[in-house]
Design a binder for this molecule. Structure first.
Ligand code: NAD
Ligand code: UD1
Length: 319
């Protein structure tokens, strides 16, 4: 089931049914590329790709990135691989450390092997700011110490290093993108959720939200469209391998985030809870490397991005 030649560059997206992956797939198809998605739907949703069924240049393979035979089939003829499939999040990794390592470390190694065997030019790996662990200096540049404080942070760091080692050993370029706090359409509220979907869906259900601690902790929230932009630019970059922070380069306190949610028309009932153990206090990325070497420039303003997210969440909640 080869893709037709005329659809442009051929690309594999692992984890393409997920929140970030499905946004990336839409952008790649809109740019005229042929896209194969490999996803086992463990934390992704078929619904994220339902609008693409039957579309020329799009192919969906349901399966596990640890399945080498399937990976070989998926990687054949691809110019680039975006590797997003992962066990995602600190809490999930603390609950299931062996699965986390199996998918994030061995799974990534299998993706690299498949990409090398298939002669792919570039692998773009989705890493995480979770590799840094406790934050010592702000803003956080790429050379900030890496002392992850969860299995997830460790396996993402290991996977990142495997990608960079492959780029040294073989004729394969590899870029690791360390996302900070990503938000945007298709980010759902689940047991391992991030704060923006948790707050927005709780408010839409008429439930109170809980701010952990004094609410003066800060985060660098980056819109999924900017993360997609970073992935595309990383793939286009010629001769570049390395690890890059991907964020907005701005930070906001949780209390101010709640105020921005009010501005979108939501009316949160705010409770205060104890500080969450293990939380980092402040987070802010230094983006100079990504700007200089990838040409990355975050464009989505948090106020606008939240309005759009709340509109998506309202439709989602009404279903
Ligand atoms: P997500 O859970 O929506 O996406 C992950 C996708 O991978 C899902 O579709 C899931 O079904 C698939 N998957 C998981 N295990 C698989 C396996 N063994 N084989 C095949 N497919 C598998 O999460 P997301 O937020 O879109 O995350 C995408 C990537 O970005 C992940 O690598 C994650 O670690 C990274 N990341 C996300 C954030 C964030 O804030 N959302 C921050 C830092 C890094
Ligand atoms: C997120 C990721 C983590 C990753 C890190 C890297 C998740 C769930 N968290 O952590 O895996 O390593 O980025 O940057 O994927 N909060 C509340 N009330 C709530 C929920 C959260 O006050 O109901 C607060 C938290 O205490 C925290 C902030 O909101 O201070 C952000 O929380 P969260 O969305 O979980 O993100 P991070 O802690 O930054």
């Amino acid at each position: 089931d080869e893709l037709p030649e005329e659809v442009g560059v051929k690309i594999l997206v692992t984890g393409g049914a997920g929140f970030i992956g499905s946004n990336l797939v839409d952008a790649l198809l809109a740019d005229g590329h042929g896209v194969t998605v490999l996803d086992d739907l463990s934390s992704g949703y078929g619904e994220n790709l339902a609008h693409l069924r039957g579309r020329e240049g799009f192919r969906f393979l349901e399966g596990d990135v640890r399945d080498e035979a399937l990976l070989a089939q998926a990687a054949r003829g691809q110019e680039a691989v975006f590797h997003l499939a992962a066990s995602v999040g600190n809490k999930r990794s603390i609950d299931n450390p062996l699965t986390d390592a199996d998918i994030n470390v061995l799974g990534t190694l299998k993706v690299l092997e498949a990409a090398r065997a298939a002669g792919c030019r570039k692998v773009v790996f989705s890493s995480s700011a979770g590799i840094f662990g406790e934050l010592k200096t702000l803003p956080i540049a790429e050379d900030h110490p890496v002392e992850p404080d969860s299995p997830y942070g460790c396996t993402k760091l290991c996977a990142e290093k495997l990608c960079l080692a492959y780029a040294k050993l073989y004729d394969l370029e590899a870029v690791a993108l360390r996302y900070f706090n990503v938000y945007g359409p298709r980010q759902r509220f689940d047991a391992y959720g991030n704060v923006i979907p948790i707050f927005v869906f709780q408010i839409l259900r008429g439930e109170p939200i809980t701010v952990f601690g004094d609410g003066e902790q800060t985060r660098d929230f980056v819109h999924v469209r900017d993360v997609v932009q970073a992935n595309v630019k990383a793939a286009l970059s010629r001769g570049v391998s390395g690890a890059f922070n991907i964020a907005s380069g701005t930070r906001i306190t949780l209390n101010d985030l709640v105020d921005l949610l009010r501005e979108t028309g939501l009316s949160p009932k705010v409770l205060s809870g104890p500080p969450r153990p293990g939380d980092v206090r402040h987070s802010l990325a230094d983006l100079r490397q990504a700007r200089t070497l990838l040409g990355f420039e975050p464009r989505v303003d948090l106020r606008e991005g939240l309005k759009e997210y709340v509109a998506w969440a309202r439709e989602e909640a009404a279903r």
